[in-house]
Design a binder for this molecule. Structure first.
Ligand SMILES: [Ca+2]
Ligand SMILES: [Ca+2]
Length: 200
């Protein structure tokens, strides 16, 4: 490999690493309250930095190890989203990134979820949005957590627009509750063309 190609490869690798977006508070650690069940959106938003609850359910929870629902997957806090007893009113949340997602770039979203033994779980939808109070474009619909232990989920997607927020919502249909923690983007593997011909 020529020096020029080596330098190009290093540049592409650095560019990929530098351009990877980060969640500003995807681990839900930067908050002023602990163990607070069924918070009004206004109160949750005042407590939890860089997150914005906007669902009509109006009852997102901040949980910790002393709450009686188990330990966080990481750090000291996690959150939970529900659909209320009317089977319609759901929790929705946007989580802010440090920079907008780039259209046409592939991302792998990672997070962990689990269920409580006494509650069913709802299907969950994930999206990307350029406004904090709108769900935006759908990434995936997945089944609710089945395990009472934390399970990692990875969702691969390519946004079509610049988006500053990842969004999550519990899908209406019946009463249920999912616990969530530690949202991140997994490191993208730098593309290095073995032939040295592809300059992307
Ligand atoms: Ca956490
Ligand atoms: Ca709740």
């Amino acid at each position: 490999m020529s020096m020029k190609k080596i330098i190009l490869s290093i540049f592409l690798m650095l560019n990929t690493i530098i351009s990877a977006q980060k969640f500003l508070n995807g681990n839900f650690e930067n908050a002023t309250e602990n163990c607070n069940i069924n918070m009004l959106n206004e109160r949750f938003n005042a407590s939890m930095s860089n997150c914005f609850a906007f669902g009509i359910g109006d009852q997102v929870d901040i949980l910790d190890a002393n709450c009686g629902y188990g330990s966080p997957q990481d750090g000291e806090r996690y959150i939970a989203l529900a659909v209320g007893g009317d089977e319609k009113s759901n929790d929705e949340l946007s989580i802010e990134l440090d920079a907008p997602l780039k259209p046409g770039t592939e991302y792998t979203l990672s997070f962990y979820f689990k269920k409580d033994g006494a509650h069913e779980t709802n299907k969950l939808q994930f999206g990307y949005s350029n406004t904090k109070d709108k769900f935006g474009s759908l990434i995936a619909t997945i089944k609710g957590a089945k395990s009472q232990k934390w399970v990692q989920v990875k969702l691969v997607f390519t946004p079509k627009i610049e988006a500053q927020y990842i969004t999550v919502r519990a899908m209406p249909g019946y009463n249920g509750w999912n616990q969530l923690d530690n949202f991140s983007f997994l490191n993208q593997v730098p593309y290095v063309d073995p032939s040295g011909q592809d300059p992307r």
